[in-house]
Write a protein that binds this ligand. Structure first.
Ligand code: PLP
Length: 462
C-alpha cells in the first residue's frame, strides 16, 4: 500500500474523551482497509468490529475515518490502564533506548525480578512464592500444567464446562467451547478431564432452574467434581484449572462456595489448584484478583491480559515448593518476560499503587447497575445481568424456556457498534454481551455508552 493514511494527531496531544461519529461505522476508509486485509491476511482470524484504529486511550478508540468509539472491550480486558497510558509510555520508551531484548535465559535484567517480586507479594496467599514470566496467556496455562505435573508426578488435569484457557494445542483441549476454538483441530491431548461448573443459570443442561438456591448449585457441582475425580482415580490428577469468573464462557460467576469447595477437594487429594485469572485478574473485578472475593488462595495463580498495559506478558505465580520442583532449564522461552513488557508491567503496578483503579472498577459496576437495572427488570429478554466490578455481562435468553438467544446479543451489539459503542459478545452459545471498559474510563463516557446499550436492549425487546 502506498496510499497515505489520514494524519492522526501528534501522540502528545490528548485524545478527546468523547464519542463522535464522522461517518457510518465502519466508515469508508475502514471498509477499504478491511477488504485489503482479506486479500492478504488468513481468513482464520475473526473480527468483532471491522474498524481500523488510528489512536486509542482512556475510554476512546479513534478510527481512520475520524470516528471516536466508546471502548467497552479494552482489547479483551487488556488495556485496563488505557491503551496509551502515560506511565507505560514513559517506562517503555526509556527501556527502548537502553535495549529491547537479551533473552532472560542468556543474560539477565532487573525488571524481570521486580515484576516477580510484586506478583509474589500481591497475589493472594501469605506463603512463600516464586514467579515465572512468559509472553501469552496460553503459555502461562501450559507452564502451570508442566509445573503441576513435575511437582506431583501425575498426568491428569481437571478442567470445567464453559472454561476457556487459550488456543494452543494443549489449551484448546482445556477449553470447553467447540466452535470456533476446537473445531477441525483434533485430535486433542487426552489427559484433560472435564467436570461440571457451578453456573447458577444452567441454560444448557436443563437440570436445575433459576429457583435453585446458590448453595444447591454449588453443592451439586462439587458432588459432580468428586464423582469425576473418583471415576479416573483422584490420585491421577496433577491439577485442577479453573477461572474464578469464566470469561469467554460467558462471564459465569460461580455459585458462592464453589471455588472454596474446590480448594478443599484439591487439598484432600494433593491436587494443585490453578486459578486462571488471566481475564479476571489485575483489578478487573474490583479486587486485584477475583479469587479474593472467594477468600481462596490458589497454589498457582495466572496473570496476563491486563498485566502489562497492552504489551505481551504473562505470569505463573505459585508456592515455592511447587515452582522450584522444576529442573533448571525446564522453563523458559525466547521472549519470556521481555524487558519492554516488564517495564510496562512495573508502570501498571505503579498505577495500582497510587491510582484509583480498584475503586473505578467498583464505580463501573455501580453505574452499570444504575443505568441497566430497570431494563433488566422490565424486558423479558435478559435472563441475567451479572459479573463483578468492570467484568459485567448480560445474558439473552427466552424468558420461559431459558433458550439462549444469540440473535438478540448480535442485534444489540450491532446496534451499539453503529452508534459508536464497542461491545463484545461471548458465551458457549454466543448469547452474552460482555462489558470490559478500561478501568480509567470517565464516568460520563461510561454512562453515555451504557445508555446506548440500554436503548439497543429496549429496541430489541420491543
Ligand atoms: C485470554 C485468556 C487466555 C489465553 O490468553 P492468550 O494471551 O490469548 O494466550 C487464557 N485464559 C483465560 C481465562 C483468558 O481469558
Amino acid at each position: 500500500m502506498t496510499e497515505k493514511l489520514s494524519p492522526s494527531p501528534a501522540a502528545d496531544e490528548a485524545l478527546p474523551q468523547s464519542r463522535y461519529l464522522a461517518t457510518e461505522v465502519p466508515g469508508p476508509r475502514s471498509q477499504q482497509l478491511h477488504a485489503d486485509r482479506a486479500s492478504q491476511v488468513t481468513a482464520g482470524f475473526g473480527t468483532a468490529l471491522p474498524v481500523f484504529v488510528s489512536r486509542a486511550d482512556g475510554g476512546i478508540i479513534e478510527d481512520v475515518d475520524g470516528n471516536r468509539l466508546i471502548d467497552f472491550a479494552s482489547g479483551i480486558a487488556v488495556t485496563s490502564v488505557g491503551a496509551a497510558n502515560r506511565r507505560v509510555r514513559e517506562r517503555v520508551t526509556a527501556q527502548l533506548q537502553r535495549f529491547t531484548h537479551t533473552c532472560f535465559m542468556v543474560t539477565e535484567y532487573e525488571s524481570f525480578t521486580e515484576v516477580c517480586r510484586w506478583l509474589n507479594a500481591n497475589t493472594p496467599g501469605s506463603f512463600d512464592k516464586r514467579t515465572a514470566l512468559f509472553t501469552t496467556g496460553a503459555e502461562a496455562v501450559e507452564n502451570a500444567v508442566k509445573i503441576a505435573r513435575s511437582a506431583t508426578g501425575r498426568p491428569n488435569v481437571l478442567v470445567f464446562d464453559e472454561g476457556y484457557h487459550g488456543r494452543t494445542l494443549m489449551t484448546m483441549a482445556m477449553t470447553a467451547k467447540e466452535n470456533p476454538y476446537r473445531l477441525n483441530f483434533g485430535p486433542m491431548p487426552t489427559e484433560f478431564v472435564r467436570a461440571a461448573s457451578a453456573n447458577p443459570l444452567r441454560l444448557e443442561s436443563g437440570e436445575g432452574s433459576r429457583e435453585d438456591s446458590a448453595d444447591e448449585v454449588a453443592a451439586r457441582a462439587l458432588a459432580s467434581v468428586e464423582e469425576t475425580l473418583a471415576e479416573h482415580g483422584a490420585d491421577s490428577f496433577a491439577a485442577m484449572v479453573i477461572e474464578p469468573i469464566q470469561g469467554e464462557g460467558g462471564f459465569v460467576v460461580p455459585a458462592p462456595g464453589f471455588i472454596a469447595g474446590l480448594r478443599e477437594i484439591a487439598d484432600r487429594y494433593g491436587i494443585v489448584l490453578v486459578l486462571d485469572e488471566i481475564q479476571a485478574g489485575m483489578g478487573r473485578t474490583g479486587a486485584l484478583y477475583a479469587s479474593e472475593h472467594e477468600g481462596v488462595a490458589a497454589d498457582i495463580i495466572l496473570s496476563a491480559k491486563a498485566l502489562a498495559g497492552g504489551l505481551p506478558l504473562s505470569a505463573v505465580t505459585g508456592r515455592t515448593d511447587l515452582m522450584n520442583t522444576v529442573h533448571p532449564g525446564g522453563l523458559g522461552g525466547t521472549y519470556a518476560g521481555n524487558p519492554l513488557a516488564c517495564e510496562a508491567a512495573l508502570a501498571v503496578f505503579e498505577e495500582f499503587e497510587d491510582g484509583s483503579l480498584l475503586a473505578n472498577a467498583q464505580m463501573i459496576e455501580d453505574v452499570a447497575t444504575q443505568v441497566l437495572a430497570d431494563v433488566v427488570e422490565q424486558t423479558s429478554i435478559v435472563a441475567q445481568f451479572r459479573g463483578r466490578g468492570a467484568m459485567l455481562a448480560l445474558e439473552f435468553a427466552d424468558a420461559q424456556t431459558l433458550k439462549p438467544r444469540p440473535d438478540l446479543a448480535k442485534k444489540i451489539s450491532d446496534h451499539c457498534h453503529a452508534q459508536g459503542v464497542l461491545t463484545l459478545t461471548c458465551g458457549t452459545h454466543g448469547n452474552v454481551i460482555r462489558l470490559l471498559p478500561p478501568l480509567v474510563i470517565d464516568e460520563s463516557l461510561l454512562r453515555e455508552g451504557l445508555n446506548v446499550l440500554r436503548a439497543a436492549i429496549l429496541d430489541a425487546a420491543a
